[in-house]
Design a protein around this ligand. Structure first.
Ligand code: FAD
Length: 384
């Protein structure tokens, strides 16, 4: 392996750290650069969604990394959607026929820590507090910025950009070739609110479900955490009425929740505090025509295909990317990276495009159709 190229991974989020494990376990030399500090020392900084739905596709990749049991021990099973109609009954819509077809709620921060520990144990070299600022393609060097602002150069191997939707690797590639990049904003954002456990540590809602309060043009959802809490997320238009722009005072927020989500409002301990303290996240879809630059750099995960979260498949899809890439590397080696990257893109791009479209469609379904009697009838017939 010594004379095969180093694999230079940028971004130690969920996808980059999983890929580091899979490649390092094959004996490859893997370097992983992350702009944040080491979350195992500093605590997880958070940012986006606190918990995520892990599905069969993501679990398959974790299995290949030997982490299934460790990760599953920290999940809460969700067997279906618990739909909270306004002033109506609450009903569970199962995802499958029985508990063999379910998804799992997992904590983003804890999952990332597990993956980083495993990547290091597998032999990957992790560099935190190191931001990629650019790539000198002619000199084949990374332009890095350390936490104190000092700049340095570092020899690049085969570069894999796992640095998320705002990818610096993608920007550097786009300066060299046309990637056909389009970003389609959804026009809706999201905000997280916390539902604490009961005084004795229990769940305030049915734990084994993904809760949805569908309200046509917007919705609230809540996913369980293993400590008895739930993380609620409001999805709402950015502008117009109602919107994140119009909910501009504590009174407006309290009245909106009391009217629209009366059975949820009492569960959220500090609604207006959370609402104004937590950032409003932006949502959109990133489409690219090209994911690689010759045999020199490749994009995977959100860096290649950021999608809206309504199928809960962004991480799962990125995990599938990591597994597919690792399997291709195992089968073909690194002698012809241009062909390797082209095969990867040919395999994964149709899948990524499909889940991007399905995720956009599922926003309409989740917020608008799951409480529609015709829809429920169709599901019952389909389930027969
Ligand atoms: P990221 O998680 O964005 O990680 C990128 C990493 O790169 C970060 O650590 C970042 O610090 C680092 N980085 C960035 N720039 C640089 C740089 N210049 N130099 C060095 N490092 C850099 N997916 C699911 O599967 N299920 C869900 O239920 C789900 N729910 C979601 C809910 C919401 C509200 C949102 C917004 C997303 C959700 N997703 C879900 C999608 C999921 O969060 C993403 O698909 C996933 O995080 C992508 O992982 P990634 O590693 O590709 O990118």
């Amino acid at each position: 392996m010594r004379d095969t190229p180093v694999l230079t991974l940028i971004g130690a989020g969920l996808v980059g750290s999983l890929l580091a494990i899979l490649l390092a376990r094959q004996g490859h030399r893997v370097e992983l650069f992350e702009r944040r500090g080491d979350p195992r020392r500093l605590g997880y900084e958070g940012g986006r969604s606190i918990n995520l739905a892990l599905a069969a596709r993501g679990l398959r990749a974790l299995d290949a990394a030997g982490l299934r049991d460790e990760v599953m021990a920290e999940t809460v099973m969700m067997r279906g959607r618990m739909v909270h109609e306004l002033g109506g009954p609450t009903a569970l819509q199962r995802y499958g026929r029985d508990d063999s077809e379910v998804i799992w709620s997992v904590h983003r921060g804890r999952l990332n820590l597990t993956l980083l520990d495993a990547a290091e144990a597998a032999g990957a070299r992790l560099h935190f507090d190191t931001r990629l600022a650019g790539i000198d393609w002619d000199g084949n060097e990374l332009l890095l910025v350390d936490a104190d602002g000092s700049e340095r150069r570092h020899a690049a191997g085969l570069i894999v950009g796992c640095d998320g939707a705002g990818s610096a690797v993608r920007a550097a590639m786009a300066a060299r070739t046309h990637l056909g990049e389009r970003f389609e904003p959804l026009g809706h954002g999201y905000k997280e609110v916390a539902i604490a456990p009961t005084a004795d540590g229990g769940f305030k809602l049915e734990p084994n479900a993904l809760h949805i309060w569908p309200r046509d043009a917007y919705m609230l959802i809540a996913l369980p955490n293993i400590d008895g809490s739930f993380t609620g997320t409001l999805f709402l238009a950015s502008e117009g009425e109602p919107s994140f722009a119009s909910l501009d005072s504590a009174a407006a927020v309290a009245s909106f929740f009391a009217t629209e989500f009366p059975d949820a409002v009492g569960l959220i301990d500090d609604l207006t505090g959370d609402f104004f303290r937590h950032p409003t996240g932006l949502l959109g879809t990133l489409w690219l025509d090209r994911w690689h630059l010759e045999g020199r750099a490749l994009l995977i995960g959100d860096a290649a295909h950021a999608i809206v979260p309504f199928h809960g498949q962004g991480m799962n899809c990125g995990f599938e990317d990591a597994l597919t890439l690792a399997e291709l590397v195992a089968a073909r080696g690194l002698d012809d990276p241009a062909a390797l990257f082209a095969s990867f893109a040919a395999d994964r791009k149709p899948n990524a495009d499909a889940i991007a479209r399905m995720s956009l469609h599922n926003y309409l379904e989740m917020r608008d159709h799951v409480d529609d009697p015709d829809y429920k009838l169709k599901r019952l017939v389909a389930d027969e």
